[in-house]
Design a protein around this ligand. Structure first.
Ligand SMILES: O=C(O)C(=O)C[C@H](O)C(=O)CO
Ligand SMILES: [Zn+2]
Length: 274
């Protein structure tokens, strides 16, 4: 079963008027990872689609999704698949890939239907593409690691880059996940924005009774969204995106937009934040 929903893009002035439920209805994505289901959320920010696929008794297939208006989902799109579960098979374009825990499969435009097998627990991201880049399975040892932060500022972490120009060619999808040293709780702090690209976060490996306080909004007008395990946040191009956890967590970040330059960020000084 495929369940797809659309989230429209709004501007910062409208976002400023929203209460907690209003903010959540635009930017928070819950109810992902239902066993036996595909759930997709189509964001009008750069037309990024995020979602989950949890096969159980039979394989689950993403093929035609009415929201894209194409004969097959990947006809004009590329896709990144992160497996949060045990190693499992993903098949596309006549080939089958065994995707291990924490590994990412990149599927190029025109790959056809994509079939997902148990016991995988898949987080999927897709953005419009303009050329067919080669499909590639990216393991942890292939990924690029960038160490950031320090224990003193509670933001010691490693950014593990999978869909990044130095690792895997893609049209506009950038993707990876960030892990923390024990005791560090702050992601993406000091904060930044990049009006050229939107971003989406999936928080995972967070104990069920803990939460991440995710911050969003223009630097001078921030709001928070409380996020539980395996929930996502859509970050508009005009927004900061950072968070602090009450417990340990990992998060998958992904971007789509005008460039694939991970370092193209406008840093925000602490003094600017409100
Ligand atoms: O912890 C971090 O810092 C990040 O992971 C940053 C995100 O990857 C990001 O915002 C990239 O633009
Ligand atoms: Zn960012």
């Amino acid at each position: 079963m495929t369940n797809a929903e659309t989230r429209y893009a709004i501007d910062p002035a409208t976002a400023k008027t929203l209460d907690t439920e209003g903010l959540r209805s635009h930017f928070h994505v819950g109810d992902l990872f239902r066993p036996g289901e595909i759930k997709l959320v189509y964001s009008h920010y750069d037309r990024l689609i995020l979602g989950s696929v949890v096969p159980t008794d039979s394989t689950l297939v993403i093929d035609r999704v009415p929201e894209t208006g194409t004969a097959t989902f990947l006809e004009r799109r590329e896709m990144g698949v992160l497996n949060l579960g045990p190693a499992a098979e993903v098949s596309a374009g006549g080939r089958t890939y065994s995707v291990g825990t924490g590994e990412v499969l990149y599927l190029g435009m025109g790959s056809g239907e994509v079939s997902f097998a148990a016991p995988g627990r898949f987080y999927v991201l897709s953005a419009p593409a303009h050329r067919a880049c080669p499909t590639k399975l990216i393991t942890l040892k292939d990924a690029r690691r960038v160490e950031m932060g320090s224990r003193e500022t509670a933001n010691e972490r490693v950014i593990i880059q999978f869909l990044h120009p130095e690792v895997c060619d893609s049209c506009q999808l950038l993707m990876g996940y960030t892990q923390f040293a024990a005791g560090s709780i702050w992601n993406t702090m000091p904060a930044h924005i990049h009006d050229r690209r939107m971003e989406a976060y999936l928080y995972f490996d967070l104990p069920e009774d803990q939460r991440v306080f995710h911050f969003m909004g223009p630097p001078e007008e921030t709001r928070h969204i409380v996020v539980a395990n395996e929930e996502a946040v859509i970050s508009p191009p005009w927004s900061i995106h950072c968070g602090a956890g009450t417990g340990s967590y990992t998060f998958c970040w992904a971007m789509a937009g005008d460039n694939v330059d991970f370092t193209d960020m406008d840093m925000v000084s602490m003094a600017t934040l409100r």
